[in-house]
Design a protein around this ligand. Structure first.
Ligand code: PGA
Length: 251
């Protein structure tokens, strides 16, 4: 059996001006000095990556971007390439978050291109998948996620390049979470998909759960079968809550 060390990742989304972002990063860096049974990652808005990277220096907390452009450079106004993230100190990039799939119209093919871009720049891609409420109610959650994985994941993945985040769209920012049974079912389904796609190379790829993870539910969510950590939105904006979630990882 391959060991998968849990990863707890904070996605700050479009939150944080310099002063509060730095205060949050310092609070996380300070608390991260205690030993945790997981790896920690913070994904601030692009404007704060460099400053947050400085604040996190020496803390062992990794730094990531929330998105990247598929191209390395060029005339793409407003775009930020994976190479730029890497250059700013990032080791990870979230790609295909549902807020980008649904509000920016990103397709599986776009997400696949961004994943390849992250790899090209030496970053770990955190590829997000997840069904909408209507899709779940129609009984299509597994099929939707299978199609997203098939379309979004390039060949050649391994544990040091890929993390998958299962984030049911209806659970993001709503306070709603799937039952533990549904979480375990989806995570074991994703594990099977990774195994049949990548064989042994996929065994170490971590599958995170995301969607309203809070200190109050972290312990049970993180203990669910095949859950290898969490992608945390709202609760990652409070250092104490983010670290409480990290502290809930099984040793
Ligand atoms: P949430 O967001 O924890 O605020 O639900 C999770 C996410 O979108 O990654």
């Amino acid at each position: 059996m391959v060991e998968r060390k849990p990863l707890v990742a904070g996605n700050w989304k479009m939150n944080g001006l310099r002063a509060d972002g730095l205060a949050l990063a310092r609070g996380i860096a300070e608390r991260a000095r205690q030993r945790h049974a997981c790896e920690l990652l913070v994904c601030p808005p692009a404007t704060l990556i460099a400053a947050v990277g400085d604040a996190l220096a020496g803390s062992g907390v990794a730094l990531g971007g929330q998105d990247c452009h598929a191209e390395p450079k060029g005339a793409f106004t407003g775009g930020i390439s994976a190479e730029m993230l890497q250059d700013a100190g990032c080791s990870h990039a979230i790609v295909g978050h549902s807020e980008r799939r649904h509000t920016c119209g990103e397709t599986d093919a776009d997400v696949r291109a961004k994943t390849l871009a992250a790899w090209r720049a030496g970053l770990v891609a955190i590829v997000c998948v997840g069904e909408t409420r209507l899709e779940r109610e129609a009984g299509g959650a597994l099929a939707v996620v299978a199609a997203q994985l098939a379309g979004s994941l390039p060949d050649g993945a391994s544990a040091d390049k890929l993390v998958v985040a299962y984030e049911p769209v209806w659970a993001i920012g709503t306070g709603l979470t799937p039952t533990l049974r549904d979480v375990a079912e989806m995570h074991s389904f994703i594990r099977h998909q990774l195994a049949s796609r990548y064989g042994e190379a996929g065994q170490g790829v971590r599958v995170l759960y995301g969607g309203s993870v809070k200190p109050a539910n972290a312990k049970e969510v993180l203990a669910a079968e095949n859950v290898d950590g969490a992608l945390v939105g709202g609760a990652s904006l409070v250092a104490g809550q983010f670290l409480a979630i990290a502290g809930a990882c099984r040793p």
